[in-house]
Write a protein of this length. Structure first.
Length: 420
């Protein structure tokens, strides 16, 4: 690419040059869009059943606990077995969870305890799926294209968040909650077929290790690599304090008075800004102070979330804009954090380090749902959102002081050469 396109548009070279990466990317695009229907429908269903933001926040606990307990083991497995075959298994398991949600909701058998159990079951499969997928993607492209691959992955995540969330609101309003779950289950078929058609490169034979020894090796590597410790800790703290998703049903029903369609727009707006940032990510190839950029991006996220918390029913459009700005900043942070991780970590450890990273990435917002719901119950929903955004900003200064290496970190030479 050249000129303004190189500065703005993402580099599509990984899609052009790697058939297997292209298949993985397309399948994930479809399945993530379908999964977003479930992620909107589930909290809304629990809110309708209970009328409690705290009950909605408990979803995060039932997602986070399996992820925290099993993701490390998922990373060990991803480093020891054929990653493509493991992905096929996880797609079947995740589809089964969505089918159960659809059937029980359709037949009136769904209850709050059952929804929590199915949430935990889905998190168990995700604990295997996420590190496997994350560690497989960098092996499908040249090293110089890893940053571009991370930017393209951010594009599909955010497109799925925007498209899936917007469709979810309409689907719930027109077809009901069960209709959203049925569509989610169907989307996994595309992901299964894509993975089935992939061809993955042979891996260097690795020495077999006891599970505990493999876990310890991964944790030790993280402890010795302070730049990774900084980026992961920052993401966890930012999303723990600054994720107001559990309060969106409250804001949609009782602050903005916009119903399920407006609820879908709240979720979709989170991806809208991030999608714009990901699609316009060409400039990221020329950023050298990548660690400092991560700090700034997370600070912008926290400020935007705090401002969102003070809005009233007259400012729904501004609320959508602030959420878009927050998640645009988060997308920029994610691109650089993912690039740093994949370039620093050797392939033999990628499964375990990606698993640890996913524990931070997913456990932060899931536990954050509980945190925001608990603060809302003890104080107020508005106070929960504002204090969470401010705590996110404070986390930026705390991490920069604790691990100053993140301020000094610069782009990898391979990446700079590829950008030039």
């Amino acid at each position: 690419m050249s000129g303004w396109r190189q500065l703005l548009l993402p580099d599509t070279a990984p899609l052009r040059r790697s058939r297997s990466f292209r298949l993985l990317w397309i399948g994930q695009l479809i399945s993530l869009s379908g999964s977003q229907l479930r992620l909107v429908a589930l909290p809304y269903q629990i809110f309708l059943l209970t009328g409690s933001s705290f009950a909605v926040g408990l979803i995060g606990v039932f997602q986070a606990v399996p992820l925290l307990l099993l993701s490390l083991f998922g990373g060990v497995i991803a480093d020891a077995v054929d990653r493509r075959r493991l992905l096929l298994i996880t797609q079947v398991g995740l589809a089964g969870v969505s089918l159960t949600l659809a059937f029980t909701t359709q037949t009136g058998l769904a209850s709050v305890p059952l929804l929590y159990v199915l949430t935990a079951a889905g998190a168990c499969f995700s604990a295997l799926d996420n590190p496997t997928r994350a560690s497989l993607a960098p092996t499908l492209v040249d090293r110089s294209l890893i940053r571009a691959a991370m930017a393209l992955n951010q594009t599909i995540f955010q497109f799925a968040l925007v498209f899936g969330s917007a469709v979810a609101g309409v689907t719930i309003a027109k077809l009901g909650l069960a209709g959203a779950y049925w569509l989610d289950a169907a989307s996994f078929a595309a992901s299964f077929v894509a993975v089935w058609l992939m061809r993955t490169p042979p891996r260097a034979p690795a020495e077999r290790q006891p599970v505990l020894g493999a876990l310890v090796e991964g944790v030790r590597y993280l402890g010795a690599t302070r730049i990774l410790l900084a980026t992961m800790s920052l993401d966890f703290l930012a999303t723990f304090f600054g994720s107001p998703r559990a309060l969106f049903p409250y804001y949609a029903e009782r602050v903005f008075h916009v119903g399920p369609e407006g609820l879908g727009l709240l979720y979709a707006s989170m991806g809208a800004g991030a999608l714009v940032a990901a699609v316009g990510s060409g400039w990221t190839a020329r950023v050298q102070r990548q660690g400092l950029t991560v700090l700034v991006a997370v600070g912008v996220w926290g400020i935007a979330i705090a401002l969102f918390g003070v809005l009233d029913e007259r400012a729904f459009a501004l609320a959508l804009l602030l959420l878009a700005i927050a998640n645009g900043a988060d997308a920029v942070s994610s691109i650089f954090r993912g690039t740093i991780l994949q370039l620093v970590v050797p392939d033999a450890l990628r499964g375990r380090l990606n698993a640890i990273n996913i524990m931070f990435v997913l456990a932060g917002p899931q536990l954050g749902q509980f945190e925001s719901g608990a603060v809302a119950a003890l104080w107020s929903p508005v106070g929960s959102v504002i204090s969470g955004g401010l705590a996110c900003v404070a986390s930026v200064f705390a991490i920069a002081a604790w691990i100053p290496e993140i301020v000094r970190y610069r782009a990898h030479r391979d990446e700079v050469a590829a950008a030039d």
